[in-house]
Design a protein around this ligand. Structure first.
Ligand code: ATP
Length: 617
């Protein structure tokens, strides 16, 4: 770590970040009564210091961190108390302005390199007043500061292509949040998922950058090793939302000895403090009693009084901070930047579209060779209808393969949204646009193989009409994936609900049960909003609306026709008579295309609304 502080990162305006009497009350999940999950929290962190928020699981670490960052602690949570910067109360806008929040989960795009990740972070967050040269300098400086230079052109890593180690990913995630020059950094469990060596490495980098640039760093942390714990300057110890200790890490051992809890030799002090107040381990009420004593002792301690004095001094002694951090704000360029980023992902990450293209090509060969060289004889009519159903319905069913790639994008969006970089509208627009060329490529490849192998109506315009229906089908299917995954953002749930919805659309699209006998509930509630129904009808009209089929000739001039038609006497079946059996009208294609576009727009609009509603909580 031979890194020197960066001029742009250096904090010379924020001296202190303090909070007094913070309280968070939620509505209890079970009883619905008000429940205090954080009470009377008070503390101060000065420039260049790093604070560890420590406590047993469920003690309120994340609640405190979120309250400090002005993030919603939970749905319907009511937060009261004061948050002060240089002794002055600060609003949500101001804290966003000054700080960055690094979530526990990495939301990096696996197929981008370190450098690309940083450049896109800079492009999304820096205003156009910052020159390209300056932006690149910041990116390079941060890559160097986090010790990532040698891997600058290594990809983050996808499930099928290994990239960075866990520690490097963590460092990159943090580095990408620092391009906007925050003065205060909130980190939610930055060492989660890392072994003790990597945890130490990550914390040492954060500490180094914080000290060299005079930044205020606040991190919740879970069971740190001794070495990791020593990286922190201050400790906030919590149990059941109550303060057990706040003060320098170096003085914590002496403080606990003073109130009657002496640490045994060669014990990790963090483990000792946690065991002291971990009420989850309580068997006979001892730990509860001990925790009550520790919290009470803190309230009446001279250290607690000294803290109040220190905060009072910060209020009286300093001037207002000036706005220094660059306010990340969305610009009209954001959708374009997102499209560029997705474009790289699309061609580099085979999971995004590559696997689907290969899968659809395989499906095309399968379908084209099973439904091979159909003739215009009546025995081919039913297989032709089956092929049309299979082509439309199965293709849309397989769109579920897009779920993992979309969920990765959604994770990135959530974090960028939380940091004010990307709005639901930009994300929705970019996601829609980037899908179109790939869906068209899939449609074209599939159709070129299948259409001509199966001998659908051999006519150029019929071929292009087929392409149009299939393209609309895939766009609608992908839009359904986007909607379902936005609502149910857990992989298996998104997969199951999308598959279920597609199964439903298949059942009521008019093939398995023709519309004239489909029962009214399914017909009127679902059939008319079923995008697969319009694709099926469109493809059926494309095939049967414009040609006739031959009956079997039993003897010279005598025919046996399986489908009634006014042409039976001359040994033919009019295609439109087949359509009539399915209650499909001709000449409605324009309306159906319009409805398809409406359904696609509807899915996207609903997904957008879901994203807006979810990003409020
Ligand atoms: N609506 C609610 N009803 C009941 N309890 C709640 C509610 N919301 C939060 N809590 C409780 O508040 C406590 C604090 O949660 P928080 O996530 O801040 O803890 P934590 O210390 O970060 O836990 P972990 O280390 O497991 O992430 C938890 O015990 C949680 O169960």
């Amino acid at each position: 770590m031979n890194y020197v502080g960066n001029a742009h990162l250096i904090n010379d305006t924020i001296n202190s970040f303090a909070w007094t009497n913070l309280q968070v009350v939620v509505k209890d999940r079970k009883t619905k009564a008000p429940l205090t999950i954080l009470s009377d929290a008070t503390g101060i962190v000065n420039a260049g210091e790093m604070l560890a928020i420590l406590g047993p699981s469920g003690s309120g670490k994340t609640t405190l961190l979120n309250a400090l960052a002005h993030k919603a602690a939970a749905t319907n949570a009511v937060t009261t108390g004061n948050i002060l910067v240089n002794g002055h109360k600060i609003s949500l806008q101001q804290i966003r302005h000054l700080s960055t929040y690094v979530e526990q989960e990495d939301a990096l795009i696996g197929s981008l390199t370190i450098k690309e990740t940083m450049v896109f972070a800079a492009r999304l967050s820096l205003p156009s007043t910052i020159s390209k040269k300056e932006a690149f300098k910041r990116v390079d400086d941060l890559i160097a500061a986090f010790g990532l230079q040698t891997q600058a052109h290594t990809i983050v890593g996808t499930p099928i292509k290994k990239g960075l180690s866990g520690g490097q990913k963590k460092r990159l995630g943090i580095a990408s949040r620092l391009v906007t020059n925050p003065r205060i950094i909130f980190l939610d469990e930055p060492t989660s998922g890392l072994d003790s060596a990597l945890s130490l490495e990550v914390c040492a980098y954060i500490k180094d950058i914080g000290v060299k640039n005079n930044l205020i760093t606040i991190a919740s942390i879970h069971q740190p090793s001794s070495a990791t714990f020593q990286q922190f300057d201050k400790l906030y110890l919590l149990s059941g939302g109550r303060t057990c200790y706040f003060g320098p890490v170096s003085e914590a051992t002496a403080y606990f000895a003073k109130i009657g809890y002496t640490i045994p030799p060669e014990t990790n002090s963090a483990d000792f403090f946690l065991d002291l107040i971990n009420t989850d381990l309580d068997k006979n009420g001892d730990i509860h009693r001990r925790t009550d004593h520790v919290c009470q002792a803190w309230k009446t301690s001279s250290d607690c009084k000294d803290l109040d004095v220190a905060i009072q001094t910060s209020i009286e002694g300093t001037s207002l901070y000036s706005d220094v951090k660059i306010q990340p704000s969305e610009s009209w360029k954001t959708p374009g930047i997102l499209i560029h980023r997705s474009w790289i992902k699309s061609y580099r990450d085979v999971l995004a579209y590559g696997i689907r293209i290969a899968m659809y090509l395989g499906l095309a060969i399968l379908m084209g060779t099973v439904f091979l060289r159909f003739k215009t004889e009546q025995s081919y009519i039913q297989p032709l209808i089956n092929a049309i159903f299979f082509g439309g319905a199965f293709m849309s069913f397989m769109a579920v393969a897009y779920v993992p790639a979309f969920l990765e994008d959604l994770g990135t969006f959530r974090q960028e949204r939380a940091n004010g970089l990307v709005s639901p509208l930009s994300f929705t627009v970019a996601n829609f646009i980037i899908g179109l060329p790939f869906l068209f490529a899939i449609t074209f490849l599939f159709s070129v193989v299948t259409y001509w192998l199966s001998n659908f109506r051999p006519d150029g315009s019929a071929f292009f009409a087929w392409i149009l229906w299939l393209f609309l089908d895939l766009v609608a299917a992908e839009s359904l994936v986007v909607l379902m995954s936005s609502i149910f953002d857990i992989f298996v749930v998104a997969l199951a609900t999308t598959a279920f919805a597609n199964g439903l659309w298949m059942c009521v699209n008019g093939f398995l049960v023709p519309m004239n006998i489909l029962n009214p509930f399914w017909k009127y509630v679902f059939h008319y909003i079923d995008y697969q129904a319009y694709v099926f009808q469109g493809m059926m009209v494309n095939e049967f609306g414009h040609r006739d089929y031959q009956c079997d000739e039993i003897s010279k001039g005598k025919y046996q026709c399986n489908y009634p038609s006014d042409l039976n006497s001359i040994g033919k079946i009019r295609g439109t008579d087949i359509l009539r059996q399915f209650s499909i009208k001709t000449g409605q294609e324009g309306t159906w295309i319009g409805i398809m576009i409406g359904i696609i727009a509807g899915y996207r609009l609903l997904a957008y609304i879901v994203l807006v509603l979810k990003s409020r909580t």
